[in-house]
Write a protein that binds this ligand. Sequence first.
Ligand code: NAD
Length: 249
Amino acid sequence: MKALKDKVAVITGGASGIGAAVARLYAENGAAIAVLDRDAAAGAAVIGHLTEAGATALFAEVDVTSSDSVRQAMDSVAEQLRGIDILVTAAGILDEKPMAEMTEQDFDRTVDIDLKGVFLAGRWALPHLQARGGGRIINIASQLGIKGGTGLVHYVAAKAGVIGMTKAMALELAPEGILVNAIAPGPIDTPLLNGVTEEWKAAKRAELPLGRFGTAEEIAPTALLLASSPGGDIYVGQTLGPNSGDVMP
Ligand code: NAD
C-alpha cells in the first residue's frame, strides 16, 4: 500500500527545488498535494505535472510572511481536499551579504520569510491537523542553522530559529499526536543558490565529503520518512542533518 494513501499534504515553497521534489514524491506515494508559493507560474507547472501523473493537486498563491494569506490558503485547502495531515515548510530565500553591508531591511526580509513564514504556516495548519486528531510538520531548516556560515548572518539566525522552534513545537504538540521535525540539508543544487556567489559555492563544495552539492531528490525521501514514520512515532523534534556524511551529501 502507498505510504501516504488518503493523506493531504501542504507544501509551502512547493513550486521549486526541495519543496517541488517533496510534492512529487508525496504524490507518488498517494498523497493529495497543495502547493503554497508566491510564484504562481512555477506553482502551476508543478501542479500540472502532478495532475498529469494522476495525482490530486492544487496550487494557492501565498506570501508566507502574510498571516492572512497563509490562514486563508490553509482553510481553503482543508475545505477543498477535506482536511490537512502533513505540512512541509520549504518556502525560503537566501541572500548572501557581508554583515558590514547588511541592512535592517535585509535582516527583516530573511527572518520574515525563513523564520516567521515557518511559524505562520504551522500556526494556520494547526487547527486542521488538530481536527484530524494528529499529523506531521516537517520544517526545512539548514546545516547553516547548526554550524553557522559566512555572509549569512540573517539566514543563519533564521535557520537556527527554525530548529529551536521545531523543538518547541514538537514538545507542545506531541501529546496531540502531531509530530514535528526538521530536516537540515547541506548545500542543495536548486535556484536558491543563485543567492550566493561562485566563490561561496566553491568554498562550500570543497568542504563536502562527496565533493558535490546534493539534489532536491536526495532530500525528499527524508521528508517521506518523517511524514510516514514506518517504524512508529519515533521521530519527534529531531533535526536530521545531511551534509556531514551521515545521511546524504
Ligand atoms: P528554491 O528557491 O528552489 O525554492 C524556494 C521556494 O520558496 C520558491 O518556489 C519560492 O517562490 C518560494 N518562496 C520564497 N519566498 C516566499 C514567500 N515569501 N512566500 C511564498 N513562497 C516563497 O529553494 P530550495 O533550495 O528548494 O529551498 C527550500 C528550503 O530549503 C528553504 O527553506 C531553504 O532555506 C532550505 N535549504 C536549502 C538549501 C539549498 O542549498 N538549496 C540548503 C539548506 C536548506
